[in-house]
Design a protein around this ligand. Structure first.
Ligand code: AMP
Length: 276
């Protein structure tokens, strides 16, 4: 696996790589969810570049950035094992050079849910994703449905900037009890970890109630969360259109999304569903 640390190296690698080229952006703390994206890219593409950069611009909470798990050597080994041909690990100054002043400001699908709870988060995501897509000009870019709003934001970004890349949303990888794999799960103690499984159970209960309408789906989801003592707060439960993140109108693919706090750890998850 080649290691690239500058945009010049990324461009040179991508320019010479066999096509199609797949790109898999990550912030490290690599787990089986990230690895499933790399594996899928390496099945579908002739070459795969994974990126590993803990992007300070997408953390609205600086404590969260400081606490974010970092294990560069473990991450590199995991990405190589999953089939990455190259990994781009730029230092912060490469991504945000002195005097940096150019931001992608996202509206539309970036505004509700995570966008409302975490001001500036999606501008940070969109800016780094735009830089990576422009740097590598991949044929396909792989993202996890776990961050369903991020998928909608990236699709909007690609359409609006006129980029020529296929955005692939890969299914969420879960633990046996349904908890979505996340780098934040490691911050939970044993009791919190058990309680965190209520998030997926709640979304399933919401999905089962969708036949009775959007309100019933959200209420069923909230009812399960309310019963779990380890869930200390519910930031939101919302049934939205998968592409726009606006409240679901009853047409097209819906996404039931929720964000909760378990202790001081914030967890998000979602399920895609349709009325029929
Ligand atoms: P992150 O490092 O958290 O920014 O995640 C990098 C990519 O992995 C994003 O596209 C995430 O949506 C995706 N991802 C994170 N967790 C999972 C999971 N449990 N299953 C599938 N993809 C995931």
């Amino acid at each position: 696996m080649e290691r690239l640390t500058t945009f010049e190296e990324l461009r040179a690698y991508a320019g010479a790589a066999p096509r199609p080229l797949g790109l898999v952006p990550t912030m490290g703390a690599v787990h089986a969810g990230h690895m499933s994206l790399v594996e899928r890219s390496s099945r579908e593409c002739a070459a795969t570049v994974a990126t590993l950069f803990v992007n300070p611009a997408q953390f609205d909470d600086k404590g969260d950035f400081a606490r974010y798990p970092r294990d560069a050597e473990g991450d590199l080994a995991a990405l190589a094992a999953a089939g990455a041909d190259a990994v781009f690990t730029p230092p912060e100054r490469e991504v945000y050079p002195a005097g940096f002043a150019t931001w992608v400001r996202m509206g539309g699908p970036a505004l509700p849910l995570e966008g409302a709870a975490r001001p500036g988060h999606f501008d940070g995501v969109a800016t780094i994703v735009a830089k990576l897509l422009i740097g590598a000009l991949p044929d396909a870019a792989y993202f996890g449905q776990k961050d369903g709003q991020q998928v909608a934001v990236v699709r909007r970004l690609v359409a609006d900037l006129g980029l020529s890349v296929r955005v692939v949303a890969a299914p969420t990888v879960r633990e046996a009890d349904g908890l979505a794999l996340s780098s934040r799960n490691g911050l939970l103690n044993a009791e919190q970890r058990r309680g965190a499984a209520a998030l997926h159970r709640a979304l399933q209960a919401g999905a089962a109630a969708l036949g009775e309408g959007a309100g019933a789906a959200e209420a069923a989801c909230r009812a399960v969360l309310a019963k779990e003592p380890q869930v200390s707060a519910v930031d939101y439960v919302a049934l939205v259109d998968q592409a726009t993140m606006a409240p679901w109108s009853g047409q097209g693919e819906a996404m039931l999304a929720a964000a909760v706090r378990v202790g001081s750890v914030r967890l998000i998850d979602n399920l895609l569903m349709s009325a029929d």
